[in-house]
Design a protein around this ligand. Structure first.
Ligand SMILES: C[S@@+](CC[C@H](N)C(=O)[O-])C[C@H]1O[C@@H](n2cnc3c(N)ncnc32)[C@H](O)[C@@H]1O
Length: 361
């Protein structure tokens, strides 16, 4: 008996339609986050279109269309589908509210949607960059990328970072035992990791550095809000060529080395700023050692960001080496060696998204 084969053209066309559908639904979530529609539903309870329009200050016709689409997409629940359209009330289940709205939750995935929106604003520039070989500056992606990255990484800094550092006893005991400990957080973005380390080590002084002026402004404001201004400071600078009077017990680079236009230069800087016996701890993408054609969800997620954000942002900086998001272990091992490190090890830290590396003189 012959088994009927699916026409491969049909299967691929279906896959593309499914991809477009998911992308459209992602943009509909972007609207819900940006316009505080989910927030209004969470704060005021089930609502019909007129209620939502009033509480979120949007036009009633759009409120109705969005609520109905969100129901079909299974983001929201409609209390009674048989009720007249104007009277139908919609609710946001609590577990989904946490994923969409709770910035402290380990399940807070909504910032990924905000980042996606940041790419939508630069699509024309991306097309030009691919043709010209130029780039799209990090700042051009605007607050959606900047705030999205900070919010996406924040829960793991809140909940997991203490365990990351404890997993490397040489680092943890040195920072706990030294009342004058200094930590340097390179590529700190909006400073969430910098503040988290200051909380874990209450005697340490922590300095954050980032190239992006707006990120550093946000980091400074966050330090004041967190009452950590006395032990935390931020510098708006390129890591390449950075110098400080202080020497550091620990230099960290969280999800930033792959973005740097001169990664070996950045590692050389990190090495030059270490105190004797100090360590560099890098957290960067947990991707395969080589190209695969059956990548898992995380591999595909990271590669997606590479083509639309990380690589173009690095290409805008006249790079020595433009790596993109896929920082593979053999590449990092080569960079560490070229930067003069003699000790390079994958650190024993579990994380779904990142792999951690320990570098010493
Ligand atoms: C993906 S973001 C991560 C930010 C932060 N570590 C976090 O986890 O939220 C990468 C950061 O690297 C910064 N960056 C890229 N190249 C840099 C350089 N040469 N010097 C300093 N910062 C740089 C970018 O401005 C951006 O804030």
């Amino acid at each position: 008996m012959t088994v009927p084969q699916t026409d491969p053209r049909e299967a691929f066309a279906e896959r593309l339609i499914e991809d477009v559908t998911r992308s459209l639904e992602t943009l509909s979530v972007y609207l819900g986050v940006k316009l505080d529609l989910y927030r209004a539903l969470a704060d005021h309870g089930p609502a019909n279109a007129a209620d939502l329009a009033a509480s979120a200050s949007i036009a009633p016709r759009y409120a109705r269309e969005w609520l109905e689409q969100q129901t079909t997409a299974r983001y929201l629940e409609c209390e009674d589908l048989t009720a007249p359209a104007e009277g139908r009330r919609y609710r946001l289940p609590e577990t989904r509210a946490e994923v969409l709205l709770d910035g402290d939750s380990p399940f807070h995935a909504a910032p990924g949607v905000t980042m996606f929106g940041g790419v939508a604003g630069v699509l024309d520039q991306l097309v030009d960059a691919y043709r010209s070989g130029g780039g799209v500056p990090y700042s051009a992606y605007g607050e959606d990328i900047r705030n999205g990255i900070a919010a996406f990484n924040r829960p793991q800094y809140l909940h997991e970072l203490p365990a990351w550092l404890e997993a490397v006893p040489e680092i943890d005991s040195r920072l706990r035992g030294n009342p004058e400990a200094h930590i340097l957080d390179l590529g700190c973005g909006a400073g969430q990791s910098t503040l988290a380390m200051a909380r874990v080590y209450p005697h340490a002084h922590v300095t954050g550095v980032d190239l992006d002026h707006d990120s550093i402004a946000e980091a400074r404001a966050a330090a004041i809000d967190a009452n950590l201004g006395g032990r935390v400071d931020f510098t708006d600078a390129d890591v390449a060529g950075l110098s400080f009077e202080a020497e550091f017990d620990l230099v960290t680079m969280f999800e930033t080395l792959h973005d740097m236009a001169d990664p070996v230069g950045a590692l050389r800087t990190a090495r030059s700023l270490l105190a004797v016996g100090g360590s560099v701890l890098i957290g960067d993408e947990r991707v395969a050692d080589d190209l695969t054609d059956d990548g898992d969800l995380i591999e595909r997620f990271q590669f997606g960001w590479s083509v639309v954000h990380c690589l173009p942002a690095t290409m805008a900086e006249d790079p020595v080496e433009a790596n993109g998001t896929m920082l593979r272990t053999p590449t990092l091992a080569r960079w560490a060696q070229e930067a003069g490190f003699t000790y390079f090890q994958v650190a024993p830290i579990e994380n779904d998204f990142w792999r951690f590396y320990l570098l010493r003189e």
